[in-house]
Design a binder for this molecule. Sequence first.
Ligand code: 4AD
Ligand code: MG
Length: 430
Amino acid sequence: MKTTISEVSKHVGEEVTIGAWIANKRSSGKIAFLQLRDGTGFMQGIVVKAEIGDDKFQQAKALTQESSLYVTGKIVEDTRSPLGFEMQVNDFEVIHEAVDYPITPKEHGTEFLMDHRHLWLRSSRQHSVMKIRNEIIRATYEFFNSQGYVKIDPPILTGSSAEGTTELFRTKYFEEDAYLSQSGQLYMEAAAMAFGKVFSFGPTFRAEKSKTRRHLIEFWMIEPEMAFMDHNDSLEVQEQYVSHVVQAVLSHCKIELDTLGRDTSKLSKIKAPFPRITYDEAVQLLKEKGFTDIEWGEDFGAPHETAIAESFDKPVFITNYPADIKAFYMKPDPSRPEVVLCADLIAPEGYGEIIGGSQRIDDLELMKQRYEEHGLSGDAYQWYLQLREYGSVPHSGFGLGLERTVAWLSGVEHVRETIPFPRLLNRLYP
Ligand code: 4AD
Ligand code: MG
């Protein structure tokens, strides 16, 4: 019977056939241990000379890394492996022999691995990270669908900029200029006025010359937008959503977290509500922590975010930033217009900002004024202003960066390992 590694728990004591690759192998004179992978998981196969016969045993000993084969044998329990099962191999048939696979079990440099990303994805570490990414995506749809949100797909090619004009990828759109989307937000605001509660999930692009462990040129963002919800309502959605995703990964990705050596006790604590501090309090906290030169009105960098996060064992919201360092569309605090009704959610353990969100300006005149101040006026934004002309309502939304969330939950240092084919400064291959 044909099956997969993910299904072997249902076949204990039975003989099954699995299509697989040789991830690794070690052998002695009498026994060979095959590290098998089939895409669904990793499992050890044991080949015993006395049982399989001399010819076949020599063939097993000669199997090369990443050769493909059909392997047949009995599934037995194995309490030492993360999977909990192994195969006693009775027979195998080589499909294709791989010669000189470049990624050997020895250590390789990052650039070498990145040049071989198309093969590196096969490793147990990369496999685990991608499975965790997949679970975050699944849990995202589960959460928003269960809460009555409608999935809306904003365009990728746009005529307007959502997050400032300096980091736009420009392209020709026949005779016009177009940009690759930095954020679907402006379109999601239109969608919220049509459907109430909406979310998007798609690729976004930033021509940022940043070379840090948190920055990608192309990354994926989940952007919910809610009509009739103020800033505080939005913070509640955010903490519920993030808690749901973390708990889903903990329950469905045990093998993967184990493979990565992730300290899950830190993740178990991630349950709503999350702590909230204002920007003013954050500046004060930073001064106390020795950042004596930070001034009110300055934006925080990665070291600041890490220092603030250290004071909490859950993600922390930093709210009410100065309007001058935030986007044009954020609603000023009515009691204190120099700050806006916004929050960044900072992940624990130094993973930085995973969410940026705010209540949006709903007043037409104020929005027009902001446009002028940011030099954004023009035909490309007429539609966005019209949202404030016809039944404008309080509304809020946020964007969660998928890759930074994957990095945090997987415990990997750099976002380059959190997306199948990362686009980084100076890297478009493979
Ligand atoms: O804070 P940002 O720029 O917010 C927006 O784009 C809003 N329009 C979202 C909204 O309200 N609908 O980006 C949101 C999140 C960040 O918190 C971060 O997690 C991620 O997107 N992000 C990046 N991730 C990887 N590489 C980059 N260069 C990123 N820039 C932002
Ligand atoms: Mg931000």
